[in-house]
Design a protein around this ligand. Sequence first.
Ligand code: 4AD
Ligand code: MG
Length: 433
Amino acid sequence: TTIPTIQIVDAPKYVGQTVKIGAWLRQKRGSGKMAFLQLRDGTAFFQGVVAKADVSEELFDLAKDLKQETSLYVTGEIHADDRSSFGYEISISGLEIIGESQDYPITPKEHGTDFLFDERHLYLRHIKPFATLKIRNTLIAATYEFFNQEGFIKLDAPLMTGSAPEGTTDLFETDYFGQSAYLSQTGQLYAEAGAMAFSKVFTFGPAFRAEKSKTRRHLTEFWMIEPEMAFMHQEQSLELQERYFAFMIEKVLERNDQELDLLKRDKDLLRSYTELPFPRVSYDDAIKLLQDNDFDVEWGVDFGSPEETFLANHFSKPVFITNFPKAIKAFYMKRHPDRDDVVISADLLAPEGYGEIIGGSERDTDYDYLKAQIEKEGLDMEEYGWYLDLRKYGSVPHSGFGLGLERMVTFVTGEEHIREAIPFPRMTHRLRP
Ligand code: 4AD
Ligand code: MG
């Protein structure tokens, strides 16, 4: 009979059978009589046991001398094993080295974060990045599932642009055959054009911000999902946002039980964030609430991390802060019908200190107003002619929002810092690997 070659994740289906697995050695320990090999193959982690009494002396010596991150084929019988978190192990009867390993830098001892991210190309192999990035993958898949089932099409926005919709202070500028181009801060303006053609669209791609702020929530390159809906007012957009948010968490709870356990994330707490609706609190009320709780804030200021943390924790769930001051928000946001000083906007703040995960608004539809706004911001009118066209030819009410993927990953996984949420983070002081 031929021995099936399987992956670790499928081991539960092969209990009592002999199988072959291609894997890497994470760690090993042993005694004179046993060698315990901690194995990973990119699908899961489990243990291989080599018993001196059951194998040749050569094989036992080979097992004992293996270096960390050696790649190998192991052959053996799968057993259930209640002591391990995976629940199964393999009794090794055969072992073949594929690729030798040199002295691997990430040893089992504790390492500092800077070191681990200098070695990110290797660190990806370890449990925390593995679990975190698997959850990231579920959030990406759930995004496509959700928007496809809601009748959206994905519209790909360009990444090299002439415009600066989210402000001119944090642009990455590059030379484009003698003229200036900017790495895209947002796909939104293109999504608005798309909504006028396809009704409901979402963009999903990298966004670039030359943020000098070194916080645990900021990357200079991050991924953003930006839905844009024609004939949709802000209240319907908020309903869509909370359903999308809850859908993503549900999919992670369904599909990433093992990863959530590896990260020790509280699953009941996560589940509580799927209960809708989320509270809606006006910016005005949020300011009062903060003042009543001894925050030194005045109407008109933008919230920092302490304010956002307080507000979401106060409600113990994600909360929409609505209708921000016009002066601190982007030029395209719709004016409030009864008030000159606020716009029809909302940020979704997550509890546990994660802060803003979504920012969105209804969009102003008035040609003259938007033209004046573009001038006021000091933006290059030539770059916005096409955008203003959208208001010239059958303008309709429309709304949209942007969700930062890495903020969502950080929140769902319960990670401390956003750098964990992306395979190769880009931050002010990090451009490699
Ligand atoms: O609030 P922002 O700047 O909104 C926009 O870009 C709009 N054009 C969205 C829209 O209405 N279509 O960014 C949206 C989200 C934030 O809530 C946050 O989650 C994330 O993008 N984000 C960042 N994530 C990581 N690092 C940064 N530097 C980020 N800046 C924004
Ligand atoms: Mg924002």
